[in-house]
Design a protein around this ligand. Structure first.
Ligand SMILES: Nc1nc2c(c(=O)[nH]1)N[C@H]1C(S)=C(S)[C@@H](COP(=O)(O)OP(=O)(O)OC[C@H]3O[C@@H](n4cnc5c(=O)[nH]c(N)nc54)[C@H](O)[C@@H]3O)O[C@H]1N2
Ligand SMILES: Nc1nc2c(c(=O)[nH]1)N[C@H]1C(S)=C(S)[C@@H](COP(=O)(O)OP(=O)(O)OC[C@H]3O[C@@H](n4cnc5c(=O)[nH]c(N)nc54)[C@H](O)[C@@H]3O)O[C@H]1N2
Ligand code: SF4
Ligand SMILES: [Mo]
Length: 711
């Protein structure tokens, strides 16, 4: 009995690959990229290529568990049986509902906080039954801002939506800027299109403080000081506008506020910008000239640069570039950040926020997920008495790790974690529930890096007693006696609900078609492509304006920003933790608390096959910074600031410029002291979108003679 099942990778990655799973006698035996998917093109990233190891790992959580030992890390290998005892699903659901009922009576329903993020981006298992459940319960709401909300707000402030250049068009670009975008590591399916463009003579420019593999492949690599991209984009626009290199016709027809922008850029002469960015004035001019003349020019801006305190304004400023050069008119032009806004699924019907009004008579309290430490320790209003974690590993991914752990250790906090593995967060759970992987449930999959909707079929039966997120919250609703019909919807009914949307680009796409075809391109109307040409298949959302903003134009001037007390055009404010700030006197080094190229945030970091590809526990330094501190390659160094300290192994490898150090994210319990790089990152929020600012962090580093490393 052998079959091949079409699925879609649901991990938090722009590529959302089409996947083919071979199943023999009920067991998955092979995984491969779908050769028919126009962006996946038959290959998977190295980590998901090893997915059978993950699905069938002996360290999977397979049964509901109840805590019997003290809270805290007990094991470095991902298994944690000593602290837990197996229980039945009924016992687990009874315990959870009983504790929730008591908490609601004593503290009110907002004392319960859901905590979820990107474990799966599957449409249903990311946000549907869970939201219905917590809305109906009247729980606190979670502001999901740990990743992208600064950039999304910046992008939307100009364009009105998260839409942009599709990956397939990059093959026609003549000039590509990878701006804060680690393409080889985080978005590898864009790379073949860039290679194709390069073979046709395109130039690749990389703007990144860290010399990534992508930077190593660039025709021109521009290391930039972290948190200064706003200034660079304004400097480029200074040149483009003052030298009349902009597209006057496009600007006049389709943009709003150009004269205010012209005025604003006068403050940002290349010489001034050079001081902040560390990029020569001559290079800033050259970049601006090349960007307008080597056409079509596409910008792949990714989320890296918006993890700075001014990340919203940075994304806003960069997004203005194709709007003033008219590059949106050209196949292979424009810009891509997230393009998820085109899917327009019926999310309101999936999440049912009206249930919250029914429960509370108002909106539930909002808690920012970046501030989990604060929320658990010092929140005013009803205290958080129960935390329900799914799709996330906050004990590793949250900033200000020490404060998060202090909160998670609270004896009076009832914590439920629905997980596939015994992560850093399950170490603090009272109840652990076993979660299916995407092999084990059916899903609808959208994307944030291409325009194909996919059906992800269930390939195998759930392992052990694993349940999907949808099934868990359906069961909890039933246990609490929630009577609304929406809690009884089946997976297929919910997929139909998601697709029942007025979005014209979903026309003709239904469940049956997705089941038959696996992936379906969004149905863009011909007015957006270039009919009758070789490019007729492409989507040019803004070739003729059509910006879904209030004004219908690209907003270089924004009344909405003005109403928030922000600069309505755009403004550069250096981050409060950067080389120019007061704090730099004590902590002079800018830390890039980066992602690992071979893990996905902390997912995969416990799998031996993937660990072999990634060296963990390193602090990358510039030789000059190492030398003045008496540090040499391989030393165990203490990296610290006012929030915490961590011991890492110095790697003096030229990947970072002087003044910057870099380290990577993984499970905390894989390191001595059970900590990771987030002991050093802070809870301060970005300028737009209330987002995390992982890349605006100052630290100091001490050589080994001054300190002893703990065991
Ligand atoms: N292999 C792998 N793939 C992933 C992930 C992963 O962890 N591993 N994570 C997934 C997730 S959740 C996301 S959000 C995406 C994110 O993918 P990206 O948006 O590519 O995000 P980052 O890796 O955070 O940052 C990209 C680059 O920005 C650089 N950078 C940092 N600060 C600045 C700055 O101030 N200016 C500029 N110009 N560049 C800066 C970093 O050095 C980094 O090389 O990737 C997804 N894909
Ligand atoms: N220092 C530093 N910190 C960062 C970042 C950084 O670059 N540097 N990146 C930030 C970013 S961009 C992001 S997006 C966040 C990511 O934060 P998270 O979304 O919390 O990321 P992961 O560490 O991948 O944890 C996801 C967990 O969900 C589980 N999971 C997977 N599928 C399912 C499922 O179907 N059901 C359930 N119940 N669980 C499932 C996985 O096993 C995994 O443990 O981290 C942020 N933290
Ligand atoms: S993590 Fe990204 S690149 Fe890897 S298989 Fe999934 S979608 Fe594709
Ligand atoms: Mo992210």
């Amino acid at each position: 009995m052998k079959k091949t099942v079409h699925a879609a990778c649901p991990h938090d990655c722009p590529d959302a690959c089409g996947v083919l799973i071979t199943v023999e006698d009920g067991r998955a035996t092979r995984i491969q990229g779908d050769p028919a998917h126009p962006v996946t093109r038959g290959f998977l990233c190295a980590k998901v290529a090893k997915y059978l190891d993950r699905v069938y790992s002996p360290e999977r959580v397979l049964y509901p568990m109840k805590r019997v030992g003290p809270k805290g890390p007990t094991s470095h290998d991902g298994t944690n049986p000593a602290s837990f005892q197996r229980i039945s699903w009924d016992e687990a659901l009874d315990e959870i509902t009983e504790r929730f009922r008591k908490i609601i009576v004593e503290f009110g329903s907002e004392a319960i906080l859901p905590y979820s993020y990107g474990g799966t981006l599957g449409v249903l298992n990311n946000a549907s039954m869970d939201r219905r459940f917590f809305h109906r319960l009247g729980a606190s709401q979670l502001e999901r801002s740990i990743c992208s909300t600064a950039g999304d707000a910046g992008l939307e402030s100009v364009l009105g939506a998260q839409i942009g250049t599709e990956p397939e068009q990059f093959r026609h670009s003549r000039y590509i800027i990878a701006w804060g975008a680690n393409i080889h590591g985080n978005n590898v399916h864009l790379w073949p299109f860039i290679q194709e463009a390069k073979r046709n003579g395109a130039k690749l420019v990389v703007i990144d403080p860290y010399r990534t593999r992508t930077a190593g492949c660039a025709d021109w690599y521009l290391p930039i000081n972290p948190g200064t991209d706003v200034a660079l984009a304004l400097g480029m626009m200074h040149v483009i506008i003052n030298e009349n290199l902009y597209d006057a016709d496009y600007v006049a027809r389709y943009t709003l506020g150009f004269e205010q922008l012209r005025e604003k850029v006068q403050e940002y002469a290349p010489e001034y910008v050079a001081h902040w960015t560390g990029i020569d004035a001559a290079d800033i001019r050259k970049l601006a000239h090349q960007y307008v003349t080597a056409r079509p020019a596409a910008i792949r801006v990714n989320y890296g640069l918006q993890r700075c305190q001014n990340g919203g304004m940075a994304t806003r400023a960069i997004t203005m570039l194709p709007c003033i050069t008219g590059s949106w008119k050209e196949v292979g032009g424009g810009l891509q950040l997230s393009i998820s806004g085109a899917f327009g699924l019926n999310k309101a019907a999936l999440k049912k926020p009206e249930l919250m009004h029914k429960a509370l008579g108002r909106e539930g309290r909002m808690v920012n997920m970046v501030e989990l430490g604060k929320a658990l320790n010092t929140l005013s209003g009803p205290p958080i008495k129960a935390l329900f974690v799914y799709n996330s590993n906050p004990a590793a991914v949250c900033p200000n790790h020490n404060e998060v752990i202090r909160g998670l250790k609270r004896q009076d906090l009832f914590t439920v974690v629905h997980e596939q593995f015994f992560t850093d967060t399950t170490d603090y759970a009272d109840i652990v529930l076993p979660a299916t992987t995407f092999f084990e449930h059916k899903e609808l999959q959208a994307a944030y890096g291409h325009y194909y909707l996919q059906m992800s079929q269930q390939a195998i039966q759930p392992l052990g007693e694993c349940r999907s997120n949808v099934d868990v919250f359906r069961a909890l609703a039933e246990h609490l006696g929630f009577e609304e019909d929406c809690f009884r919807e089946s997976v297929d009914e919910m997929i139909d609900t998601a697709l029942s949307s007025p979005n014209p680009w979903l026309k003709g796409i239904d469940r049956e078609r997705l089941e038959l075809e696996g992936h379906v391109r969004l149905n863009f109307e011909s007015q957006f492509s270039v009919p009758g040409t070789q490019f007729s298949e492409y989507f040019l959302p803004f070739a003729k304006g059509n910006f879904p903003t209030r004004s219908g134009k690209a907003e270089l001037y924004s009344e909405a920003l003005k109403a928030k007390g922000l600069d309505p055009v755009v403004e550069f404010t250096p981050p409060s933790e950067s080389r120019h700030s007061v704090m730099a006197k004590t902590y002079p080094l800018e830390l890039l608390a980066r992602k690992a190229d071979n893990f996905l945030n902390t997912t995969f970091s416990n799998l031996p096959a993937v660990q072999n590809m990634e060296e963990s526990g390193l602090l990358e330094m510039h030789p000059a910074d190492a030398q003045v501190r008496g540090i040499t390659e391989g030393d165990s160094v203490r990296v610290f600031n006012s929030r915490g300290e961590i011991f890492l192994t110095a790697r003096v490898d030229g990947k970072v410029p002087r003044g910057i150090v870099s380290a990577r994210l993984h499970w905390a319990k894989l390191s001595p002291g059970n900590i990771n790089i987030n002991v050093l990152t802070g809870e301060q929020l970005s300028d737009l979108g209330n987002a995390a600012t992982f890349y605006s962090t100052l630290v100091e580093v001490e050589p080994p003679v001054l300190t002893a490393r703990p065991n």
